[in-house]
Structure formats: C-alpha cells, structure tokens
Write a protein that binds this ligand. Structure first.
Ligand SMILES: *[C@@H]1O[C@H](CO)[C@@H](O)[C@H](O)[C@H]1NC(C)=O
Ligand SMILES: *[C@@H]1O[C@H](CO)[C@@H](O)[C@H](O)[C@H]1NC(C)=O
Ligand SMILES: *[C@@H]1O[C@H](CO)[C@@H](O)[C@H](O)[C@H]1NC(C)=O
Ligand SMILES: *[C@@H]1O[C@H](CO)[C@@H](O)[C@H](O)[C@H]1NC(C)=O
Ligand SMILES: *[C@@H]1O[C@H](CO)[C@@H](O)[C@H](O)[C@H]1NC(C)=O
Ligand SMILES: *[C@@H]1O[C@H](CO)[C@@H](O)[C@H](O)[C@H]1NC(C)=O
Length: 524
C-alpha cells in the first residue's frame, strides 16, 4: 500500500513536472557511431520540453541531450553535503565576464522556399520551434539584402546601370514570398512571448553595375574611389532597403556593411561577393553608410557591426576602422564567421576585445557540412552537434556575446542553393511526408537559446579534465546560475561533482553520458 502511494505521488509529480511531447525518433544509419537520431515533427506533432519553473534553494535541474537519444530531457536533483567523486567542476561566482546578447539563425530565400513547400500547418509548426511559445526563443535573426548563394538565382534591387539615386530601386518577388512573411511571423510570435526580436541584415554584393567586374558574383572591388558615386550608391541602396522594409512594418536592430568582404579577393569566387579591404569598409562607413543611416529615425540607432568575416579579418578590421576618428563613432561592434576557426585560434578575438573594449562581439554565421569533401546534411549526426557545442563554448569563453546560426531550414539536399553550395542545417524539411527533422545541432542551439538569456553575465568555469568543457552564466537578477556542460568523450560517461564558490558547503553530483550536452540550473 505504501508502495502504491509512493508510486502514485511520484507519478502525479511526474505528470505535472514532466508533461511534454518527447522526441519522435527516426534512426538513420551511421557507420561511425551506429546511432544517428533525428526528431521527426509534422503539422500536428513536435517534441518540446518543460519550462524550468521555480527551483527551490536546495534543488537543481538538468536538461540533457545526448548522441544516444536524450533530447532536452529534464532531471530534477538535490544538492548534497558531500561530493561523490573527486573530479570537481568549479563555478567561480566571483569572476565576471561579458554579457550575453543572444542566439539566432537566418531567414534566407532558401528558408522561405522550403517553408512554402510545406503545408501551412507544418510550416507554422517549424517556425514555432524557433520563435513560438514552445520554441527555443531565438533573440536574433539575420536576413539577406537581395540575393545570396542561398537563393534560387542572382538578383539585385536595382539593375539600372548608373542609377546612383536608386530611382529604380524595388524589392522583388523573393521579398514578398520568401522573406517578409516569415520575418513578420517571427516578429509577432516573439512579441507574443515578450521577446523583442533583434533583426540584422547584410547584402552579399551590390548590384553588378557598381562592381568593377560588372556582375554580383565573382570577387572584385567596387568601381571608382571610396569617396565616389559607386560606393555612395551602395549606401543609398541600403537606405532604400530599410525604407521599403519599414513600410512593411519591419525595422532592423543591426547590419553589417557587406558579407564576407575578404572572399572578394578571389576573382573566381562562385557567388555574390564584393571585395572590401578594411580600408574600403572604413571609407564606405565614414563617407556614406554611417551618415546615411543617421538620415532616418528608424535607421539611426542601427548597430553597425564590422567584418562579418572569418577570424582572419580580426583584429585588422577593428584596428583600421576604429583607428579613424571619423568612421569609429558609427561602429557598434564586430561580426565573426566560423569558417576558419579550425585553423585560427580564438586569440584574435581576445586581441580584438583587448584593444577595443566595450564593443559588441557576435558570431553572425556558422553551419556544418560546408567543406567540399563533406556530405551536406547528415541526418541525425551527433558529430555536428559536437562541432556547434565546442565552437559556441570556445567563442563565448573568449568574450563573444552571441552566436547566430545560418539557414533555419534546408531541404534534404542542403539547399536550395543556386551554386550548389549545399550545407547542413538544424532543421531539414522532408516534403514528401510534409514533415521536418530536427537534427542534433538544433538541440545545442536550444540549450543555449532557451536558457542563456540576454544580459546574463558569464562567470568563471573550471573543468577538471579535457573531456569536459563548459560555460557558466549568472541571471540578470543575480540569483540563477545556468551551467553548460559538454562531455566530448564519445566512449565513456563521467561522474563529476560541481561546486559553486557562492556556497561551498553543497555539491551537485552529476553523471554525464558519453557525447552529451547538459544544462544545469540552480539558484543561490
Ligand atoms: C504526425 O505525427 C504524429 C506523431 O508521430 C502521428 O501520430 C501522426 O499520424 C502524424 N500525422 C501525419 C499527418 O503524418
Ligand atoms: C514561482 O515564483 C514566483 C515568484 O516568486 C511566484 O509568483 C510563482 O507563483 C511561483 N510559481 C510556482 C508554480 O510556484
Ligand atoms: C516593384 O515590385 C512590386 C512587387 O513585385 C511590383 O508590384 C511593382 O510593380 C514593382 N514596381 C516597379 C516600379 O517595378
Ligand atoms: C534611438 O536612440 C535614442 C538614444 O538611446 C533614443 O532616445 C531614441 O528613442 C531611439 N530611436 C528609436 C527610433 O528607437
Ligand atoms: C522522408 O519521408 C519519406 C516518406 O515519405 C521517407 O521515406 C524518408 O526516409 C524521409 N526522409 C528523411 C530524411 O527522413
Ligand atoms: C551519489 O551518491 C549517492 C549516494 O551514494 C547516490 O545515490 C547517487 O546516485 C550518486 N550520484 C551520482 C551522480 O553518481
């Protein structure tokens, strides 16, 4: 009888605390690990996870995802007076670092093309995963000004040669079909959740007639001198873009002067690009873009982030642009991409921050499966979740304040992409079944976006070994701790004891499964 009651009480608590839709697993063949698990969602079903709720002072909560199938699974524990093991993770409450800006992804033409191929209900379900009530609460969203490689073709907003005043500027079908509706949906869902979604944008290239090679694709500089009419026209083009989007009710928080400006050194570059050396970007900002953004109320507070380029642009872009007293006042921060991170250590971020403190440091693009030798989407692959986890932890350990993923959703080929530059994404759409699959990468982003909120402060984290890497954050009201734990060991689980310098009399005893990612939350 006693057992029955204990069981019933447990079961009731279970229902109340743990009511959720679990991941509907689809297991894909994976020669490396044997298990590659995707979570399948459709118009009527998608996995979600529990709210954190109130955590009592002696309790802590874990959310666990793992290669072997956990997906944001909640486990409730209590602190104990004794450590189980000697491997101690130390959370150093006294050490304070950067404040968090947020996490997000991008709405490209390809994202819109894919969403439109799903039924309305499935498309809504998908958008809800990122912005809806049961979603992961993205705070940042990047969009593309005109076309990128993740478009079905090349286009600009004004192909009329020498129309420096942008008299023939016009948005395109792509804006009305693939971008504006989804940006609006993301904004309104966010708003309903009390989230002020920050939008930022950039162009991959100006219209071809402004470039010395006469076309949007292929590496080349713009025509003429940096204080001349072509550079000015590119700024006017942006100004007109913001005006047209403003008419649609869409205002931007931020922008970058142009996407990946150093790739434009390569004349054979396959897709839209323009070469801005740091000096070109500096002059573009000081002569044209900076002053022009001041002309409209809805653009004058735009956060201008420089670079939008791999680590190798730093600290040079920051030094060169901020070194000019006429350009510097227009700049709010630095935008990094992850595509050279394997070869360039994060020291360049440290140097940039050390030399130029007080600026925003944001990762603005990353995706897996981009190397030529890799498959584009790999269904259910945990290795790519590891890459995301490791990179976010590394970047934030070096002062980065937020991390923005690339396409919200791609098709099973990793596109569409007009130059077949196919890559992976956290969500892959499956049109034949009107469903979508949430990849392991999605859950890494979920762990961060859901629990590490804007204005949280990073605090000290010390790992006892090389298998485990992590981060710790302090909530805005200084009460809550959010700890991220990445067990990189693919063979073994590990037991740890976690101790917080804010209260050294209690211990959190943890077991972290092989290849897993855990968020731990507690109060002081
Ligand atoms: C959607 O998924 C749920 C849960 O797996 C399933 O019961 C339902 O039949 C699916 N609906 C369709 C239309 O496939
Ligand atoms: C959680 O705490 C808040 C603030 O102390 C309180 O208003 C709320 O009722 C609590 N919720 C639950 C479910 O206990
Ligand atoms: C601009 O684009 C819109 C939408 O495609 C179209 O309705 C309108 O006619 C275009 N205007 C010009 C001047 O081309
Ligand atoms: C721009 O920023 C200033 C200073 O913070 C503020 O007073 C103003 O309301 C902002 N304007 C808009 C349109 O947000
Ligand atoms: C897409 O759905 C079809 C059934 O329509 C199924 O055979 C296929 O395995 C699914 N693709 C993925 C990547 O899950
Ligand atoms: C820690 O030790 C207690 C008591 O022996 C045990 O019940 C618990 O499962 C252990 N926890 C971990 C995470 O190993």
């Amino acid at each position: 009888m006693e057992r029955f009651w204990r069981f019933s009480i447990f079961f009731l608590l279970f229902l109340v605390t743990f009511a959720r839709n679990p991941c509907r697993q689809r297991v894909y063949p994976d020669t490396a690990t044997g298990a590659a698990i995707g979570c399948v969602c459709n118009a009527s079903y998608c996995d979600d996870f529990d709210d954190v709720g109130n955590i009592t002072k002696d309790a802590f909560v874990l959310f666990l995802s793992s290669r072997d199938g956990n997906r944001m699974d909640r486990i409730d524990y209590h602190f104990t007076a004794f450590p189980n093991v000697s491997d101690t993770i130390t959370i150093d409450f006294g050490k304070r670092f950067q404040k968090v800006l947020g996490f997000g992804g991008a709405i490209t033409d390809s994202v819109g093309v894919n969403l439109r191929k799903l039924s309305q209900a499935t498309s809504d379900q998908l958008i809800n995963q990122y912005y809806g009530k049961a979603g992961i609460g993205y705070r940042l969203t990047r969009t593309v000004v005109a076309s990128a490689d993740f478009s079905t073709h090349v286009y600009s907003y004004n192909d009329v040669d020498q129309d420096f005043d942008m008299k023939n500027f016009n948005l395109t079908q792509e804006d009305y079909l693939y971008k504006i509706p989804y940006i609006k949906q993301a904004l309104s869902l966010s708003k309903a959740n009390g989230i002020d979604l920050k939008l930022f944008c950039t162009a991959w290239a100006p219209p071809g007639w402004m470039k010395s090679n006469g076309k949007m694709e292929g590496g080349a500089k713009m025509k003429g001198s940096t204080d001349g009419p072509y550079y000015k026209a590119y700024a006017t083009y942006y100004k007109r873009f913001f005006e047209e989007y403003h008419k649609e009710g869409i205002d931007y928080w931020g922008m970058t002067p142009t996407n990946e400006p150093l790739e434009g050194r390569n004349a054979d570059y396959k897709f839209q690009v323009v070469n801005f050396e740091a000096e070109d970007e500096r002059d573009f900002i000081k002569y044209h873009l900076g002053p022009m953004l001041q002309e409209n109320d809805f653009t004058k507070n735009i956060s201008l982030l420089i670079g939008d380029e791999n680590r190798y642009a730093f600290p040079d872009f920051a030094d060169t642009i901020l070194g000019d007293p006429m350009a510097a006042p227009y700049v709010s921060g630095f935008a990094y991409h992850w595509y050279a991170d394997e070869g360039i250590p994060p020291d360049v971020i440290d140097q940039t921050i050390q030399k130029h403190p007080g600026y925003i440091n944001l990762y603005t693009e990353a995706c897996a499966g981009w190397h030529d030798y890799e498959l584009s989407p790999v269904m259910g692959d945990w290795g790519r979740a590891d890459l995301y986890a490791h990179n976010i932890i590394e970047d934030m350990s070096h002062g980065v304040q937020g991390w923005v993923d690339w396409n919200l959703v791609l098709d099973s080929q990793g596109g569409p992409n007009w130059v077949q530059n196919f890559v992976d994404a956290p969500i892959i759409a499956n049109f034949t079944a009107d469903e979508f699959i949430k990849q392991p990468m999605f859950y890494i982003l979920a762990h961060f976006s859901k629990f590490v909120l804007p204005d949280y402060t990073r605090i000290g984290f010390v790992s006892p070994d090389l298998n485990l890497e992590g981060l710790a954050f302090l909530s805005t009201d200084q009460t809550k701790r959010v700890v991220m734990l990445h067990n990189q060991d693919s063979q073994n689980g590990h037991s740890y004891t976690l101790q917080d310098t804010g209260n050294t009399l209690r211990f959190a005893n943890l077991y972290l499964p092989p290849s897993s990612f855990t968020t731990l939350i507690y109060n002081m």
